[in-house]
Design a protein around this ligand. Sequence first.
Ligand code: NOJ
Length: 596
Amino acid sequence: MTAKDPISKKTIACTMFCLIAAIAIVAHGQTAAGTKGPGEHQWWKNAVIYEIYPRSFEDTNGDGVGDLNGITKQLDYLKELGVDAIWLTPCYPSPQVDFGYDISDYENIDPQYGTMADFDRLVAEAGKRHIRVIMDMVMNHTSDQHAWFLQSRSSRSNPYRDWYVWHDGKGETSTDKGAPPTNWQSEFGHSSWQWDEKTRQYYYHKFYIQQPDLNWDNPAVHRAFKDIMDFWLKRGVAGFRFDAIGSLFEDPGLADEGVVKDKNGNPLIDAYGEQVLDGSKTFLVAKMHPVIQEMRAEADTFNANAFPGERVLIAEMYSSNIADLANTYGPPGKPEFQLPMDTQVGFIDKLDVAAFRAKLTDAETGLGSHVPLLLFDNHDNPRIDMRYGDGAHDTDIQRVVATVLFASRGAALFYYGDEIGMKTTPPARKEDVKDPIGIAGWPKEKGRDGERTPMQWSAAEHADFTTGAPWLPVPLSAASINVKAEEGNPDSLLTWYTALIRLKKSNRALKDGADIMLDTENTKVLSWMRQAAGAPAVVISVNFTAQPQTVNLANDAPGAGTHKLKTLLKTPGAADPSSLDQIQLGPFGVYVGEVQ
Ligand code: NOJ
């Protein structure tokens, strides 16, 4: 069977039969997170990870910007939600050109977000609640205000010169700077080469001009980042999410990149009016692997008292196929990331049953024994409502998405506010835009402010995010979409998330059982089964359409129509199906049931 082969119905029928026949249900006690019970060092295997954009989560000092104390304040909320770990986007000192992804000091906390003591308190308080803290690790570039870059740009002979990527211009003379060394483009628009008058060379920046790329051919850079990792590991962090990791290296031969053409052979043009390039000389993933092996070895060994593999390395990855994603786990004996992001499932951006079935099958069969990390959302993309919603059934669609996320095998990552259904709210006017790409690309590219608006805690003023003026406006939708309104409401999205996460943690099959696609010709309903040895199988059906649907999963099992179901979770108001052969689903309805 290849990665893409659908699992045959015969296999399903047989395995399901064996499963139902085996009634030995072993009650496995859950090991409390944060302790070191058997297997606990691989806590990330079934983890639920919550991404926090600290700027927008909770402000405790009234300056309109979220802070670490705000996160600490909300730890009980996160515990109740059931998260195992929080990933904080960068909160290190930064000029905030890219809202923290331009770091000027990797071993401190930006005063806007608090102090090192606040950070230590956050880690300690989170630990008490068995919540781990994961930091962002930005190794591709620093801020242009980082001491290393200030040194580097001070003279060609400075010892830090070679920490960054400097080149002469094309056709450069003593009086003419020449053209940029290559045609390479920044991710954020225009040439990725910036002329530096003082030392008369260009430096390379994959992102903003204020984010010069580090030179990963320099061993001193490797050592510096291992020290930075150790600094945070010693303070008790559980791991790192590696930013833009595929961009560490560029072609030393400085070859131009190819231009991407549309189907008529015309160059594609981006939001900034530039030709889209193929990335072939600036996205050299093959060269990244040894660096990650080195970083993983550091994380595994820095503390003899920790289990190797306990500290988790997560990758920001947008792999285009499962084989590429599989490679980022590392070859045998040389581990790399435990959890590279599988963006192939969550960023299909269309409720297309066949596409989901194919990508989930890839994740199940194409990663060997590795664990997929699924996600649907982050701080760089419009929220789920804008990519999957239809405007009329958004809450039901959010239930569908959450079910695919939490009821599939693997670790699950979600973004603050997803659990209450926060909506993408882009700025209406260019003068209100905060994200520089939204200013440069307006109106085609409105930037990422829309997915970074303050967390909606209540319907009170500024959604109870701040007592001051929020750095981004609170969406009007906060009047009804907020934690206070949804807590305690059995039909709310927040209740759905909480229930799904509990099931993922407590139900043996949903915890780590294999994913097996069912009813594989159906184009309207996605159905699958979770199967773990010694536990009853669980079936999941999600209706991807606005029309009611009925599915018959008994076709995939022996003795059609005889299998009883015990409902674990269903769309509020839906009826309980009595057996596998007639599961009725309302518009975007969801059913999760155990086969008895
Ligand atoms: C990816 C991050 O998620 C994004 O927010 C940032 O702008 C770029 N990397 C550059 O660090």
